[in-house]
Design a protein around this ligand. Structure first.
Ligand code: ADP
Ligand code: MG
Length: 253
């Protein structure tokens, strides 16, 4: 039976567990995650490599099937076996470390293709939405460029615009600036910050502590498949209670 959740709660993760492999090879990567993100909130997830951050995001949009527990997006239980997975994914935008643009398509082509294929939008409407979202990420002048003609930071902003063009309710970011040269990180973070200011609900896995401190409503520290500590940026980043959080922050700072 599908559960329900508060309408103001955009993402609700309950007792989420994920095990990869079976028997002697079983690896429990998420060990009971509870996380609730209100509409318009920005939650930054931090933690060491291998702590399960990517798996958590991938379970939210069903790129991975949770082993147990529930995930709700916009009040719909996406872990309900009868759910329309494609309909769920349309509500969730995801931006990865590697932007995966189609190299043979222009920037506009990269933005219109998924709108036409997945949403069935007509050519003119898709192009108009593409132009609107390219402007939103500051790349209106690159509409006819090919990905190879753009910097990594510009390509990542195209990837963000591509996700936005689908009209998502929630945006998931998995280390969106980790593959970029340091001088290109700022423009991508500025786009993410403006999305947050516009009221987008966002879950952001990041090592950018400055961004987390300034933009996040809440910071979640994960280690070993569990949320070890969460709270305001000040709570978690400045006055952490847990030794594991302090040790992690000392390493990344
Ligand atoms: P993080 O993003 O915090 O670095 P991940 O969620 O990527 O962590 O990975 C957590 C653990 O899950 C790692 O030990 C990783 O090897 C394992 N893992 C992730 N994806 C898979 C998969 N598809 N198959 C098997 N193990 C996986
Ligand atoms: Mg990861």
């Amino acid at each position: 039976m599908a559960g329900t959740t508060d309408a103001a709660t955009e993402v609700d993760v309950r007792a989420l567990r994920k095990t990869f492999g079976t028997g002697a090879d079983a690896n429990e990567v998420l060990r009971g995650i509870d996380l609730s993100v209100a509409a318009g909130q920005v939650v930054c997830v931090i933690g060491p490599s291998g702590s399960g951050k990517s798996t958590l995001l991938r379970c939210v949009n069903l790129l991975e099937e949770p082993t147990s527990g529930q995930v709700f997006v916009g009040g719909t239980e996406v872990t309900d076996p009868d759910v329309d997975i494609d309909a769920v994914r349309r509500r969730i935008g995801m931006v990865f470390q590697h932007f995966n643009l189609f190299p043979h398509l222009t920037v506009t082509g990269n933005l219109t293709l998924p709108q036409r294929r997945v949403l069935g939008r007509g050519r003119a409407r898709a192009a108009a939405v593409a132009a609107e979202n390219l402007a939103r990420v500051g790349l209106a002048d690159k509409a006819d460029a090919y990905p190879a003609q753009l910097s990594g930071g510009q390509q990542q902003r195209v990837a963000i615009a591509r996700a936005l063009a689908m009209g998502p309710e929630v945006m998931l970011f998995d280390e969106p600036t980790s593959a970029l040269d340091p001088e290109l990180v700022g423009d991508v973070l500025a786009v993410m910050r403006s999305l947050a200011d516009d009221g987008m609900t966002m879950i952001v896995v990041t090592h950018e502590m400055g961004f987390a401190r300034e933009v996040a409503d809440r910071v979640v520290f994960m280690d070993g498949g569990r949320i070890v500590e969460e709270g305001t940026p000040h709570d978690v980043l400045t006055t952490p209670r847990e030794e594991r959080t302090r040790a992690f922050l000392a390493r990344v700072a």
